[in-house]
Design a protein around this ligand. Structure first.
Ligand SMILES: [Zn+2]
Length: 439
């Protein structure tokens, strides 16, 4: 098998854990359509009103025009070396970024999308990086926490992935096997979110749910995208603009108003199940965690994505994101023994992070536009035979025999693993207050 050298360690893990079954094209956030990752790159994506000589186009679907001037507060905040390291090892998948980012010795000039206009970011001299007021705090920047509440005053936004309820079919996050209970990802993620709230609050965190019901956060509906704003839109494309783009952008507005220290995006994964009324089950399970990165040339052709990526790079978001990801993934794997999901060796849309087979950088709309470190979880296979039986068993306290073994409810196992991961992260990186001296 001809595979590149860099993936050999993952191959070993993968081969030992699960055989080669994982080397399949991954069903992910955009799986039901032939489109790539987070947003379909169709001609309709480029809103005709946003392109042309006067605007800052092309822009991604429903993206506001980027405000480059706001990035000025990040002048001299990152060294050239750190910038280049982030670009080459996390944020891009090829050298084509240099088409829009002109790297000099002391600065980088970025094409803003407006003809003849470039944004100039000056690099910091090593050791002299300017401090900046970003909207979130990393664990090491927080005031000391009481020993029993390592998450004291940490602001966490939980984003239960998808919508669920009566929208589950439209968003293609629904299937039903015979007379079993239908599997609806959006309802399952909301259940996990509700279990997470008291667990994280017990550790001192301030927790907000980005969505509290199985109704959309956006006031838009598919019909809103079928008028002359998008002349060639089919019904399907309008639905995708609604649940995939408008919905996430509405959630981003909520998240960015909350100014959380981190965002948890909760999902359940699946392999292609075919006909949702006759879904195929598979004999496997896997887990991975997605951080922001791996922007493709096609994505970087959009001015808003260049801007959003710059914002994440200059604020050093990846450092906190990768540290969080590492601890949360380790806690998850310890609790569940799930093997990693491995992207294709030469994937053009995913970049492995720090050689950890569970950590992958990808450019999803949510982890790009939420202005905080984002931990995007993809555990379990909704149509994996054992996970499916655990989902059918529903939520319960304690242990029950499910699929031949005593197990906790899959939803509680999920919530407990995330809680344990965050507990460890803050215990590791945040100062803990000394106990008051006893008399
Ligand atoms: Zn999902």
């Amino acid at each position: 098998m001809a595979r590149s050298r860099s993936i050999i360690p993952f191959m070993l893990v993968g081969a030992v854990a699960t055989g080669l079954g994982l080397w399949v094209w991954h069903r992910d956030e955009a799986a039901p359509s032939p489109a790539p990752a987070s947003e379909a790159a169709t001609p309709q994506d480029r809103s005709p009103t946003k392109t042309g000589l006067s605007g800052a186009g092309p822009l991604s679907p429903l993206a506001p025009e980027p405000d480059w001037a706001k990035l000025n507060r990040w002048q001299s905040a990152i060294t050239r070396e750190d910038f280049l390291d982030a670009m080459e090892n996390v944020y891009t998948v090829s050298g084509s970024w240099r088409e829009w980012f002109h790297l000099g010795e002391n600065d980088v000039l970025v094409e803003t999308g407006v003809p003849n206009e470039r944004f100039r970011l000056r690099f910091a001299n090593p050791g002299l990086e300017r401090e900046n007021a970003r909207p979130w705090r990393g664990a090491s920047e927080m005031p000391p926490a009481p020993a029993d509440q390592p998450l004291k005053d940490v602001k966490i936004a939980i984003d239960p992935g998808h919508i669920g309820g009566s929208w589950a079919k439209i968003e293609e996050r629904w299937f039903q096997l015979g007379n079993d209970l239908p599997v609806q990802e959006g309802d399952m993620t909301l259940l996990v979110a509700r279990l997470l709230v008291p667990r994280l609050e017990a550790l001192g965190a301030e927790v907000s749910l980005v969505r509290e019901t199985n109704e959309p956060v956006t006031p838009s509906r598919p019909a809103d995208f079928m008028d002359d704003k998008v002349p060639d839109a089919t019904r399907r494309l309008a639905e995708q603009l609604f649940y995939r783009t408008a919905e996430i952008r509405a959630r981003a507005e909520k998240v960015n108003t909350l100014r959380p220290d981190l965002v948890l995006c909760l999902h359940f994964n699946a392999e292609p199940w075919g006909d949702p009324a006759k879904p195929a089950l598979v004999d496997q399970t896997h887990f991975h965690l997605i951080l922001n990165g791996a922007y493709t040339a096609e994505e970087l052709a959009n001015a808003d994505q260049r801007h959003d990526m710059m914002q994440r790079i200059v604020s050093h978001t990846h450092r906190e994101e990768a540290a969080l990801g590492e601890t949360v993934a380790a806690a998850f794997v310890e609790a569940t023994r799930m093997p990693p999901f491995l992207y294709e060796p030469n994937s053009t849309r995913a970049v492995n992070v720090n050689g950890n087979p569970y950590l992958w950088a990808r450019n999803l709309l949510a982890n790009r536009v939420y202005q905080a470190p984002v931990v995007f979880l993809e555990p379990y296979l909704m149509n994996g035979r054992e996970d499916y039986q655990r989902i059918q068993a529903g939520d319960y306290e304690g242990m029950r025999e499910v699929a031949g073994k005593p197990r906790p409810s899959i939803f509680r196992e999920y919530a407990d693993a995330v809680t344990e991961g965050l507990n460890r992260h803050y215990r590791k990186f945040r100062p803990i207050a000394a106990l008051p001296a006893e008399e």
